[in-house]
Design a protein around this ligand. Structure first.
Ligand code: GLN
Length: 293
């Protein structure tokens, strides 16, 4: 039985769909078939995972079925769930995403924790988020610390449209977005107190080994610098003295294996003394913190 070739008189309850889709996703070799359909149903019914089961006798309407049919088809081709449903959660808030922006990762929430530790509650600070993408970092910091002024920068106009949509959705005033290429230009007039950045850090040779979901659907320019994964770190190591005030901070996400050490050494080579790596919740080095002397 398939959802598209269904008997026209058959009614589909939530629970029937769960069973049907779980089998279908399993046949297609998805590793967690039941959670695939649970996510889609949560978004379709606009409810929690628990509610999906509380509503399992509910019958889906024709239009709901037709939306779901399209979503399942897209998911089978490995499009990420977040692009299919159009949103994701980051630091407890909803963010819209499209294939023009990287899907915010749980690991990046660590970048926020550490940034917030550096931002006093009262004093006014100017903060830059380089490669803002969906704006998840800039908006989260601006909302958690309303006394700051945050500028999110990205090279991609399409990404900035999403960032603006997220800004408006959260009605946040102390953040603005600007288009710029930081590899060519100085991103701001005045030096900032804090720069946060989750740059494209995957090496070109590593791109082939990524999951299909990532490789085929997420924006390449947000994932890789098409070189050694260090281009943005090199640029920031050269420019941080100029772009950040003395006593300020640079907080960067870093990749796996030897990437964190290589990134850290770029800053040490430029004479930065106060440079530290911190782990994410999986125990991997994930954040590079540089204090500007
Ligand atoms: N700042 C965004 C994020 O962390 C985008 C990062 C990127 O595009 N490399 O999700």
């Amino acid at each position: 039985m398939s959802l598209s070739a269904q008997d026209k008189t058959k009614t589909w309850r939530v629970i029937d769909l769960i069973h049907w889709a779980e089998t279908y996703f399993r046949e297609k070799k998805f590793s967690t078939p039941r959670s695939e359909i649970e996510w889609l149903l949560q978004s379709l019914l606009n409810c929690s995972r628990m509610d999906v089961y509380l509503r399992f006798e509910e019958t889906l309407s024709k239009s709901q079925l037709s939306i779901l049919r399209g979503w399942v088809k897209r998911r089978i081709s490995h499009e990420p769930l977040q692009y299919i449903t159009g949103s994701t959660e980051f630091y407890g808030r909803t963010f819209f995403v499209t294939p023009s922006v990287l899907i915010p990762r749980a690991e990046t929430e660590r970048l926020i924790d550490i940034s917030l530790e550096k931002i006093p509650e009262i004093e006014k600070m100017n903060i830059i988020d380089i490669g803002t993408g969906s704006g998840c970092i800039a908006i989260t910091v601006a909302m958690e610390r309303p006394n700051t002024q945050v500028i999110g920068i990205d090279i991609s106009k399409d990404a900035l449209q999403i960032a603006d949509k997220n800004k408006n959705y959260h009605t946040v005033k102390n953040v603005q977005f600007e288009q710029d290429d930081i590899l060519l230009n100085k991103p701001i007039q005045e030096p900032a107190h804090l720069i946060i950045c989750n740059p494209p850090y995957i090496r070109q040779e590593e791109m082939d080994s990524l999951m299909e979901d990532v490789k085929q659907f997420e924006p390449h320019e947000a994932l890789t610098d098409n070189q050694d994964g260090l281009t943005f770190y090199r640029r920031l190591a050269e420019k941080s003295h100029e772009w950040i005030l003395p006593g300020g901070w640079l907080i960067l996400e870093v990749g796996l294996n030897d990437h964190p050490i290589k990134a850290m050494n770029l800053f040490k080579d430029q004479g930065f003394k106060n440079v530290e790596l911190m782990k994410d919740y999986n125990g991997d080095d994930r954040i590079l913190i540089v204090k500007i002397a």
